[in-house]
Design a binder for this molecule. Structure first.
Ligand code: PGA
Length: 269
């Protein structure tokens, strides 16, 4: 598995930042890290528990994982996955659901057992949502915690669907997996996926909390494109605040690596 070298490596309060010439190179570096974590965790504990993300950003990384699997270099036989989030309510058969995205971009193409791929369930009855999200955190703990969490960065600095809020840093760090209302920036960014009709965008989601995300033994944040540059810069070297959830990664910086392209790094100086 060829691993590209970063153009630059920066150490910032938010973690180690590796700058690559483009999203493709950064995604290949991310896939190589995935393969290492899968090998190491499987050797140490007999399984690897991976936290996964959706959106446009991780698609190339998943393509790399599928290619390595098809080449016979990478097996998911001992992998368990937990995704960050899912719209609520939504059917897994809806092409806009994150379950559908994961099946199409990764799960259908690798040797992952169906009962080892977990996403928050967009079909849970209203009355059982809190029970379901609390159980999600217990499932992760029962599997030994996340060996790796993959993240994308919202333009508003969200991680998963942990949206900007006015709560204290301590409160933000303690947030569990739960139901949330979507932030206006997140809804605006999702409109294109829902036929341009803002009324079709779900108003709520189920998201892994800040607490289980930051408990991962390793965190990979991917950010590509100039539109992510302000959020990258603020998150890695601005104040730690619940108003920019990605800045909370500064509290676990030793376990965080940012794989970014030159455009997303353009405001880092
Ligand atoms: P994107 O979304 O990968 O589609 O840019 C990232 C995010 O909002 O977390």
């Amino acid at each position: 598995m060829s691993e590209p070298a970063p153009l630059r490596v920066l150490d910032r309060p938010g973690g180690r930042i590796e700058v690559y010439p483009d999203a493709d190179a950064a995604s290949r570096a991310g896939a190589a890290r995935f393969a290492r974590v899968i090998a190491q965790a499987t050797a140490a504990r007999g399984r690897a528990v991976l936290g996964l993300a959706t959106g446009g950003t991780p698609i190339r990384l998943y393509q790399q994982l599928v290619a390595h699997h098809k080449d016979g270099e990478l097996s998911f036989a001992n992998v368990i996955t937990y995704n960050l989030d899912e719209y609520y309510p939504i059917s897994p058969l809806d092409p806009n659901s994150y379950r559908y995205y994961m099946q199409r971009n990764l799960f259908d193409h690798v040797d992952l057992a169906a009962n080892r791929t977990h996403l928050p369930d967009g079909t849970v009855p209203e009355a059982f949502v809190d029970e379901h999200t609390a159980a999600y955190d217990r499932w992760i703990e029962a599997d030994g915690g996340l060996d790796l969490q993959l993240l994308g960065l919202g333009r508003n600095g969200h991680i998963g669907f942990n949206e900007p809020s006015a709560c204290s840093v301590d409160e933000a760090l303690a947030l569990p997996t739960r139901r949330v209302e979507l932030h206006p920036v997140t809804v605006a960014d999702a409109v294109k996926d829902f036929g341009g009709d803002v009324n079709r965008v779900p108003k709520a989601a189920l998201t892994m909390g800040v607490k289980p995300i930051l408990a991962a033994r390793e965190v990979i944040m991917l950010a590509f494109g100039a539109h992510k540059a302000p959020a990258v810069s603020a998150a890695v070297s601005g104040p730690v605040t619940a108003g920019l959830p990605a800045s909370l990664l500064q509290t676990v910086a030793a376990r965080v690596v940012w794989l970014v392209d030159t455009q997303a790094a353009s405001e880092l100086g």
